[in-house]
Design a protein around this ligand. Structure first.
Ligand SMILES: [Zn+2]
Ligand SMILES: [Zn+2]
Length: 334
């Protein structure tokens, strides 16, 4: 089969490899559509290292079950699915305390084991979710939406909150839609106003898209005592994002941190403490509510997929994923 293999920093190649065989309890998927995520981009740039190299990246999957390993119901064959990214052990302290995504023995698709940027991939039957009624494109958007829900679940905004979303890439645009459902007072995007992405953000629920300076100005005019937003989502994908978020959050406000660029950041740490800001890191999240939000059209995902490339053009797809005008780039392996 054809696969896109990352060998190291900016060394991505389309190669012919053996098709994977599902072991007991696992299934083989024919990958229909797979998203390029910010994490994949950081792997490509070499700022964040996958746990295995070379690796087939890709953890945002829409596909069909084509084979099953020992002990798995054959009726699964032909079902359209998406797979969770973490395959946990189910036995350790973290798994037993409701934190399977932090299982130290977990396998992580596209990070510690081969992922979906290939014609076929394997995953555990335990982490499949059925999406027979959704397109593969929507299926591949479940994982990023679940990751957005995780942060909001860990630290939800109060009703009627003043909210800023920094960065309006995939995570920003998904966050905007979920936060809009929670009835904010102010909901602004912080990026470059007037850009194609800003137009999408305005269509999907922000009051307006402001520059960073305009957002600081709005803080002074429109938030209580001019002290800042209640809730800031940092989804810039850049090391400067968290410092900007800290400057615009109010005392005792919340910053949801979502940028996995792999770089070191410098931060006014004392201000974080004096303002008693909650800085909430979060990664992978719950799939069932993400599927429900997409299925019911409460979160729109097709608008975010700006480019689709065949797998064989994967290198150009990655380059496109770094361009300013694209939001989410998908690969079509089959
Ligand atoms: Zn991702
Ligand atoms: Zn475990």
């Amino acid at each position: 089969m054809k696969a896109l293999i990352l060998h190291g920093k900016e060394d991505l190649r389309v190669e012919e490899v053996e098709e994977p065989v599902p072991p007991g309890g696992w299934v083989k998927l024919k990958v229909e559509e797979v998203g390029i995520c910010g994490t994949d981009k950081a792997f490509y740039k070499g700022t964040y290292r996958p746990l295995k190299l070379p690796i087939i990246p890709g953890h945002e999957i829409g596909g069909v079950v084509v084979d099953v390993g020992k002990g798995v119901d054959k009726d699964l064959i032909g079902r359209r699915v998406t797979t969770e990214i973490n395959i946990s052990c189910g036995k350790c302290w973290f798994c037993k305390h409701g934190m399977p995504t932090q299982c130290p023995y977990r396998k992580t698709i596209g990070i510690s084991i081969d992922g979906g940027m290939a014609e076929y991939m394997i995953t555990s039957a335990d982490v499949l979710h059925f999406i027979d009624d959704l397109t593969p494109a929507k299926g591949a958007m479940v994982e990023p939406l679940a990751a957005v829900l995780e942060g909001i679940q860990q630290a939800p905004p109060p009703p009627g909150a003043n909210i800023a979303v920094l960065g309006i890439g995939t995570i920003g645009l998904l966050s905007i839609q979920v936060l809009r459902l929670l009835g904010p007072n102010i909901l602004v995007g912080v990026s470059r106003p007037g850009s194609p992405k800003a137009k999408i953000a305005e269509k999907l629920g922000v009051d307006e898209v402001l520059t960073y300076d305009e957002a600081l100005h709005l803080v002074k005019r429109k938030t209580p005592e001019g002290q800042g937003f209640d809730y800031v989502v940092e989804a810039t994908g850049s090391p400067e994002g968290v410092g900007m978020a800290l400057n615009m959050v109010r005392p005792r406000g919340v910053i949801i941190a979502k940028s996995t660029h792999g770089k070191m950041v410098s931060l006014d740490y004392t201000s974080l403490i004096v303002k008693e800001v909650q800085l909430v890191g979060s990664r992978c999240g719950p799939f069932p509510p993400a599927i429900r939000l997409i299925r019911e059209g409460l979160v729109k995902v097709d608008e975010l997929i700006t480019d689709k490339y065949p797998l064989t053009d994967g290198v150009n797809a990655f380059k496109k994923a770094f361009s300013r005008e694209s939001v989410k780039v998908h690969l079509l392996p089959s």
